[in-house]
Design a protein around this ligand. Structure first.
Ligand SMILES: *Cc1c(COP(=O)(O)O)cnc(C)c1O
Length: 426
């Protein structure tokens, strides 16, 4: 067969784009070469519906071992009893939990999308808002911190079956114990979605959600720096609260209910090549190198936030505990949309984002979100954050000046050429 040069040329162009720019999208990262190599392998050819040792297809002896390795390593990372590594993405992990825990029409309570929450926590355009009855809590107007009082009063009034915590654009740690307390009071289960900060939680740099939340989900490609995918976890298994029984009449454990919600509930054959790459990434997370990486992410985020504050950028909540900041640009007289476009023109990638109590639409927005996991992987340290903030500020203050933008772009490309990305790829 002829090599598809059209597609491979585009892949090459994408590599060059990633090399030249400053990547500040908070949900992105650069996997190691071996994680990527593990993804492009013959296990993509294998059907393996079911779980290790209990498959609906023959010939699964080898993929059973990679999947079991991924599960065992993940359990070790978070010190947990249960892990499912099959969800194709974070959204799929959340869909499986919803299917396991909720009936159509059941009430849920999550952080509002416009306040930093995620689509899968009850947004009207998502299955989670269409199938279930979503209610929301927000952040406080003054401090920009999760409004736990609102969460508690909503929970007491609504009596949701599931409370979601976790977010996509929130720079502070969570009080999981406080959420669990009200959940117990109203008979709700708590799911923590740690898609963003999982890599920091893995190394004990943020509070541990596992003791307080019944179920924890995550992506594997954000701060965990693995292949694109999802995972579902529990520190302790427990009997499903609805008295569901198996064919022998035994009450099913939550682990069985969750496994069945992933397959056959929402997925067919698992992506065994991606699961192999997850196993590789989890092995890397267990190393001391990753401990150093996670600490550097947090240090870089703090240095980055400090440099922004010095230039009078308004960080929601005033600072960061994790890897990201959300900026309200209204005092700088530029919309999130315009800021995003100007930054991209200078090879700086970040995404526009609603800020709490935003008066602009989701397409325009008043804010922008920056995260440092990807540039930390490139090798940038605290002392580099001033340069990064200087170029951002220069672009945002001169968003209509094509000369400034092209001069900054050159500075950005020169600067990033010091930090090699996939040098093995030539
Ligand atoms: C990124 C994210 C997800 C979804 O992950 P996908 O892999 O894009 O489906 C879910 N929840 C939160 C909080 C996220 O930030």
């Amino acid at each position: 067969m002829q090599r598809d040069t059209l597609v491979f040329d585009l892949i090459r162009q994408e590599l060059e784009r990633q090399r030249h720019g400053i990547e500040l999208i908070a949900s992105e990262n650069f996997t190691s070469l071996q994680v990527m190599q593990a993804m492009g392998n013959v296990m993509t050819n294998k059907y393996a519906e079911g779980y290790p040792g209990r498959r609906y297809y023959a010939g699964c002896e080898i993929v059973d071992q990679t999947e079991q390795l991924a599960i065992d390593r993940l359990k070790q990372i978070f010190n947990i009893e249960y892990a499912n590594v099959q969800p194709h993405s974070g959204a799929q992990a959340n869909a499986a939990v919803a299917l396991a825990v909720l009936q159509p029409g059941d009430a849920t309570l999550g952080l509002d999308l416009s306040m930093g929450g995620h689509l899968t926590h009850g947004s009207a355009v998502n299955y989670s808002g269409k199938t279930y009855k979503p209610y929301f809590y927000g952040v406080t107007r003054e401090e920009g911190l999760v409004d736990y009082e609102m969460l508690e009063s909503q929970a007491r009034t609504i009596k949701p079956k599931l409370i979601y915590c976790g977010a996509s654009a929130y720079s502070r740690d969570w009080d999981y114990a406080r959420i669990r307390k009200v959940a117990d009071e109203v008979g709700a289960l708590v799911m923590a979605d740690i898609a963003h900060p999982a890599g920091l939680i893995a190394k004990g740099l943020l509070s541990d959600p596992f003791d307080h939340c019944h179920i924890v989900t995550s992506t594997t490609h954000k701060t965990l720096r693995g292949p694109r995918g999802g995972i579902i976890m529990m520190r302790k298994d427990f009997e499903n609260p609805w008295g569901l029984k198996d064919v022998k009449g035994n009450i099913r454990m939550m682990s069985n209910v969750l496994d069945m919600a992933v397959f056959p509930g929402i997925q067919g054959g698992p992506l065994q090549h991606v699961i192999a790459a997850k196993a590789v990434a989890f092995g890397e997370i267990l190393s001391d190198d990753f401990t150093a990486y996670a600490k550097q992410v947090q240090l870089n985020a703090q240095a980055f936030a400090k440099a922004l504050v010095e230039k009078e950028y308004q960080i929601i909540s005033g600072g960061t505990d994790n890897h990201l900041v959300l900026i309200d640009l209204r005092n700088k007289n530029i919309s999130g949309k315009k800021a995003e476009q100007a930054l991209v023109a200078a090879d700086i990638t970040a995404n526009k984002n609603m800020v709490p109590f935003d008066d602009k639409s989701a397409f325009v927005t008043s804010g922008i979100r920056f995260g440092v996991p990807a540039i930390t992987t490139r090798g940038l340290v605290e002392s580099d954050m001033q340069f990064v903030v200087n170029v951002i500020d220069n672009v945002l203050m001169n968003a209509d000046d094509a000369n400034v933008i092209s001069a900054v772009k050159k500075q950005v490309n020169d600067f990033m050429s010091q930090f090699k990305l996939y040098p093995e790829m030539g």
